[in-house]
Design a protein around this ligand. Structure first.
Ligand SMILES: Cc1ncc(COP(=O)(O)O)c(C=O)c1O
Length: 451
């Protein structure tokens, strides 16, 4: 595969640079192009998961091992997407694979509690103090829908407060307005990282609100960490007004042994989890205060029913149990997050040296990269900088992805990435070197487009 273009080859203007980089991508990936075209016959735009779409077509991946993935055209990349944080353990982790094989041999549709369900539940409780009781489901989306529905059922109030830019799943998405397929709960949209505004909004609507749902770091909005001041102010206001605080740690729970709630000393009423907790298999989890969650006790006369054929799907229960009890030690998790801190510091140092209008965001093993100058606390900050520059920013993101793919680094178009337990120091250095090269060859274009 071609490496990154040299400074001498770098194009004179952004539009032709993007066109050339895209032409190189198309030429290098004929089999991905063929499969993408073929998929259009049955899947809208060839796609069954919007997150995975990028133009002109996404790479189709054939297999993965350790920290690497190999596409259908035979290129191998260092994986900095890691299944959007669900791939925490790296690919082909042997302990998890053994657990899956054992469970598979014993049958997968048992129609009964399995021996693994309570093991995984206890492992999660050991890490997340807020989980006095919990229930499993099949995705982070489902976990959030169930948490909100639970809050509505137990408080008898209908409303939900959310934050612009928040992503809580396909039917609870508040980026640049609300998704047309959102569940039609009455919603109050407030401003992330603006404690005064959030508390005022909550106070004004407390009588109608069942819950506030918030990510301690907004993921899809670009890895924007919530400040401790903001999150604690929200928690205090929820408590003062009897509104339940739902902390969506579907993406961020990997950022410390007890998630970001542990790192920040938060005590949410309800917590949602997903992604890696099933060892790489399909899962979601919602839980929290015993007095709230015990409403799901089927023996109670006022029990809330919550079925779900695959709530305890045995492969995920077995894989998650093995992953959390045998693979995800505190030491390994801390090392991964420290490696992520080093990556982000490295990215930031290269940006500072270049003087370009970019910045790295995130916490621990999750990172974002932005073509943005000035404060970046929330969606409003991002939109204010992008106003009048959106086409240039979109072009630069494309260029970044094509250049980095050509250098063997598997990265997203929106530049939101993460490390796994098996991402090595050398691989972090490799990403930093590729980014340095990108700044060298494309720095003139970035300056021209944005300054
Ligand atoms: C913060 C957050 N909440 C919820 C979800 C939805 O989880 P899932 O994709 O498992 O439905 C995601 C997925 O990226 C997420 O990042």
């Amino acid at each position: 595969m071609a490496g990154i273009v040299t400074a001498a080859q770098a194009n004179a203007d952004l539009v032709s640079a993007v066109a050339d980089a895209e032409a190189g991508y198309v030429a290098a990936n004929p089999e991905s192009a063929r499969l993408a075209e073929q998929a259009r016959a049955s899947l809208p735009g060839g796609n069954t998961r919007t997150t995975l779409h990028y133009s002109p077509f996404p790479l189709h991946v054939r297999r993965a091992a350790g920290s690497r993935i190999t596409d259908v055209d035979g290129h191998t990349y260092v994986d900095f997407i890691n299944e959007h944080t669900a791939g925490l353990f790296g690919h082909t982790e042997p302990v998890i694979q053994d657990a899956i094989r054992t469970a598979l041999a014993d049958g997968t549709v048992l129609g009964a509690p399995s021996i693994y369900d309570q093991v995984l539940a206890a492992e999660l409780q050991r890490r997340f103090a807020a989980l006095e009781r919990l229930r499993f489901c099949n995705s982070g989306t489902e976990a959030n829908l169930l948490a909100v529905a639970t809050a509505r059922a137990v408080t008898g109030r209908p409303g939900l407060m959310v934050f612009a830019g928040g992503y809580h799943g396909g039917m609870l998405y508040f980026g640049h307005g609300a998704s047309p397929i959102n569940i039609p709960f009455p919603v109050v949209v407030s401003t992330f990282n603006d404690p005064e505004r959030a508390v005022a909004d909550l106070r004004a609507h407390a009588g109608e609100l069942a819950a506030v749902i918030v990510e301690p770091m907004q993921g899809a909005a670009g890895a924007l960490p919530g400040t401790a001041e903001f999150l604690h102010a929200l928690q205090a206001a929820c408590e003062a007004h009897g509104v339940l605080l739902i902390l969506d740690e579907v993406m961020t729970s990997r950022l410390g042994c007890g998630g970001l709630q542990g790192r920040l000393g938060l005590e949410p009423d309800l917590v949602t989890l997903g992604k890696y907790i099933g060892g790489g298999l399909t899962i979601g989890c919602f839980g929290g205060r015993a007095d709230v969650m015990d409403r799901f006790d089927p023996a109670r006369p006022d029990a809330i029913p919550h079925g779900g054929t695959f709530n305890n799907n045995v492969l995920a229960m077995a894989a998650g149990s093995a992953a959390l009890s045998k693979v995800l030690t505190v030491e390994r998790q801390d090392a991964m997050n420290a490696r992520g801190d080093r990556l982000r510091e490295g990215l930031q140092a290269l940006i500072a040296r270049s003087g370009l209008p970019m910045q790295a965001t995130g916490v621990g093993s999750i990172f974002g990269l932005h073509f943005h100058a000035g404060p970046l606390r929330n969606e409003a900050d991002a939109d204010a900088y992008a106003a009048g520059r959106q086409a240039e920013i979109d072009g630069l993101k494309k260029l970044f992805q094509f250049d980095l793919l050509a250098a063997g680094q598997y990265v997203t178009r929106r530049i939101l990435g993460n490390l796994s337990l098996v991402t090595s120091d050398a691989e972090v250095d490799g990403l930093l070197a590729a980014f340095e090269e990108f700044l060298l060859t494309r720095g003139g274009l970035i300056r021209q487009a944005l300054c």
